[in-house]
Design a protein around this ligand. Sequence first.
Ligand code: LLP
Length: 422
Amino acid sequence: MDHFLYRNGVLHAEDVALTEIAAAVGTPFYVYSAATLTRHFQLFDAALAGTDHLVCFAIKSNSNLAVLKLLGDLGAGMDVVSGGEYRRAKAAGVPGDRIVFSGVGKTRDEIRLALTGGIRQFNVESEPELRAISEIATALGVTAPIALRVNPDVDAKTHEKIATGKSENKFGIPIAKARAVYAEAAKLPGIEVIGVDVHIGSQLTDLAPFEAAFTKVRELTLALREDGHKIRRLDLGGGLGIPYHQRSNEAPPLPTDYGAMITRVLGDLGCEIEIEPGRLISGNAGLMVTSVIYLKEGEGRNFLIVDAAMNDLVRPSMYGAHHDIVPVIEPAPGLAPQPFDVVGPVCETGDTFTKGRELPPMAEGDLVAFRSAGAYGAVMASEYNSRPLIPEVLVSGDHFAVIRQRPSFEEMLARDSIPEWL
Ligand code: LLP
């Protein structure tokens, strides 16, 4: 459920008409609903209510400071994968002991940053990284809490570019090697082994691969305890999928089902449970709103040329991803839909959001909204074709605020410099 509904024929974000935001900030823009973000976070929190747990929002899905502040104030932890994300979490007021550092290539500077600023745990992905953390922690005179990210060799049955839990993927330590690496970790100075971490992929629409992975984590935890390690925390990653098609029977498992499965498989181990959802919290809490620039008749097809492009929302061209596209002004009943190729102005054929999509009749200047754009939307945007990053807006009830400004062209140009010898 989200908070983007038609009222009096106009699509609203909570109590604010999108036409009002478009008039104030111009198009294209992203808009997020505070109520939906809150609701989604609380669903996860409630799903694990009987267990000692922390829901760490995967910042990579949406890293706007206002979004992080909202979730942080609700008690969320943060899962970060770079020094930049770590700084964002801190800038949003999240304390270090609620920040988890994941990622396959943490640099020494990033490790130092987290160790000096405070960190809940590093999810370590390789032996060289483990040694680097040990060296830096020892030099700083601190102890680094760590979990090893194990690769359980489970097929997540999702898009190949976002599956991470197969042995051929670059992520984690092969589970068969895990006991040996834990033994090494226990001997290293500056390291405190506290848990096990796993993340098998994103946009999973079935609980079975999660359960297979968590069962392996359970077996490993028991074996590690036999080896004398004090495993007290399990980080189960993110990955729960969301419905991208509003009008279909698509019904991915709910956080409640996911939480119940976690409790069933791991509940008796007495470990603290950590999860790292991104998409399920932010995805359906956001829209991208764009206007129609031109309607162009091609040979046997109609192009709807909008002012947003692949640089603003790359998921369709990168993964062939589907986003529902809806008009902001509700179409009059009875109008026959027509097939459109919805495209942006970027000079690439790949700048195609969808082909042959049935939409109500459209005209120049009409506003259309791309649904499910709150996750992996703004964060993956670029300035390709020298198109400024588009603004982000947060709505709460009947008010809204611009939470990232559209940069001016002067600001964009000022970042380049021409050497004096040219
Ligand atoms: N934890 C780790 C270690 C991750 O790598 C990820 C996502 C998450 C948590 C959050 O997963 P989520 O709950 O959002 O599924 N750009 C792609 C998605 C990439 C996901 C990468 N890792 C897309 O637009 O579909």
